[in-house]
Design a binder for this molecule. Structure first.
Ligand code: FES
Ligand code: FE
Length: 455
């Protein structure tokens, strides 16, 4: 078991107890203290565009029906029948005005209200015995949406979603708002890996160090226009609010040239320049940092990358959204969506989707390289020796605990938060600091039980 009194301090010093990557007791505490209160991504509004559209998503053990009702309002209903607890909706996605429980047939409108009880009069004495009007499926305690990204929190005292995202919202726009129409998301592809959920989240948050080693073959075959290794150190990592990510340094030029470098059509660049603030444009154009991968605590990540596709000389950018959904202490279900600007030309969408599948789909080349490492790490963390080991996550820290690279000043990096050039594990530490803070903080007393039936 991790030393609860000391884990925050040791993460601050860049020392990570190795067993946290494969420990069922740690996972039990994560369930309660991390996933019991953090805002967790469940769906994008473009997945449920019309009245009645729904997807079924989980926050660990809790299943939710995320549905758009007849008035267009979005709900997250706890997917458990008020009668004897059967899972009300068994499909993964679809369109329904009502959900009928498969066990005894209670039915609910898509806004959650009960409308039908078989043999209502005989079994319950009609409305005198069971007032249908006042009963509805339990709601997720909190639901919020930003740029169409829908999150829920199970905490009674959750801060507003916008406050939780904090300054990461500035960077979220690069992935989810390239035009007034926002993105459309396709998927998710789902697959399971025998690896702990934190490893992928950390990797996407800031691990620029692994690319030349782990992904050598992808670079060698010329699929990916990887900046030369010595240039790579000039890329910056940034951390703002509850998330952070990586960037690539681009050669000098204005915003148009830099975005063209990663293959966006002119009309998309025009919309981005209109949509983004001056500072958001300046991060790419003036400062020369192209946004790459990122993670929002605890388990939502993004990829922005630009491989060569088909025989084209140019590269094709793609965006992917993914969630590291824990199954257990040593297994993770990956949910991976392709995301693209809804206003993008159809040909661009086709090529961009292909680029995504090639790199980060379930059989993507980057994906295969990465998972091999993460499974091995998880296996190795299971034994007794791992309990004696503090992993070294001190990259970018001097002996006295100060950072090697100071945070970039506003004249070199226009975005909010802390940004640093050079190799560093600053972002991985930031992510784990939030994890350790949640793990050390006891949960507040439960607000009480919401009674399902005629309470
Ligand atoms: Fe759902 Fe009985 S458990 S109707
Ligand atoms: Fe990787």
């Amino acid at each position: 078991m991790i030393d609860q009194a000391g884990v925050l301090g040791s993460v601050r010093r860049g020392m990570i107890p190795a067993h946290i990557y494969n420990d069922e007791h740690v996972f039990a505490l994560e369930k309660e203290r991390v996933f019991g209160r953090a805002w967790t991504f469940v769906a994008h509004e473009s997945e449920i565009p019309s009245a009645g559209d729904y997807v079924v998503r989980r926050v660990l053990d809790d299943s939710f029906i995320v549905v758009r009702d007849e008035k267009g309002e979005i709900h997250a209903h706890f997917n458990m029948c008020l009668h004897r607890g059967m899972q009300v909706c068994r499909a993964e996605m679809g369109n329904a005005s009502h959900f009928r429980c498969p066990y005894h047939g209670w039915s609910y409108r898509n806004d959650g209200r009960i409308v039908g009880l078989p043999f209502h009069q005989d079994a319950y004495g009609g409305e005198a015995g069971f007032k249908r009007k006042s009963q509805r499926l339990l709601r997720a305690p909190n639901i919020g949406s930003h740029n169409g990204m829908i999150f829920i929190s199970l905490a009674d005292d959750a801060p507003p979603l916008r406050d939780y995202l904090g300054d990461f919202a500035f960077y979220l726009d690069y992935y989810t708002k390239q035009s007034p129409s926002g993105i459309e998301m396709r998927g998710p592809q789902r697959w399971r890996v025998k690896a702990n959920w934190k490893i992928g989240a950390e990797n996407f948050a800031g691990d620029m160090y692994h690319t030349p080693q782990t992904h050598t073959s992808v670079v060698e075959i010329g699929l990916f226009r990887e900046p030369k290794a010595e240039k790579r150190r000039d890329g910056a990592t940034y951390w703002a609010g509850n998330g952070g990510g990586t960037t690539y340094k681009l050669p000098p030029g204005d915003l148009d040239e830099r975005l063209r470098y990663v293959g966006y059509p002119d009309e998309m660049i025009t919309r981005m320049k209109r949509e983004w603030s001056r500072e958001q444009c300046d991060v790419i154009g003036r400062d020369g940092f192209m946004i790459s991968a990122a993670t929002v605590f605890p388990n939502l990540s993004f990829v922005h990358n630009w491989p060569r596709v088909e025989d084209s000389e140019d590269v094709v950018p793609f965006i992917s959204v993914r969630q590291w959904q824990p199954i257990s202490h040593d297994e993770t279900e990956i949910l991976s969506w392709f995301a693209v600007d809804a206003e993008a030309p159809e040909e661009f969408k086709r090529l961009s989707y292909k680029a995504y599948l090639m790199c980060f789909g379930s059989t993507g080349m980057f994906e295969q390289d990465d998972v091999e490492n993460w499974v091995s790490l998880t296996n190795t963390a299971a034994g007794s020796m791992a309990r004696r080991l503090m992993l070294n996550s001190r990259m970018g820290l001097l002996e006295d605990g100060t950072e090697v690279s100071p945070s970039l000043p506003p004249e070199r990096f226009s975005g909010p938060g802390i940004a640093r050039t050079g190799y560093s594990e600053h972002n991985q530490r930031e992510l784990l600091l939030r994890w350790a803070d949640h793990m050390e903080r006891p949960m507040p007393k439960a607000a009480g039980v919401e009674v399902g039936v005629n309470g």
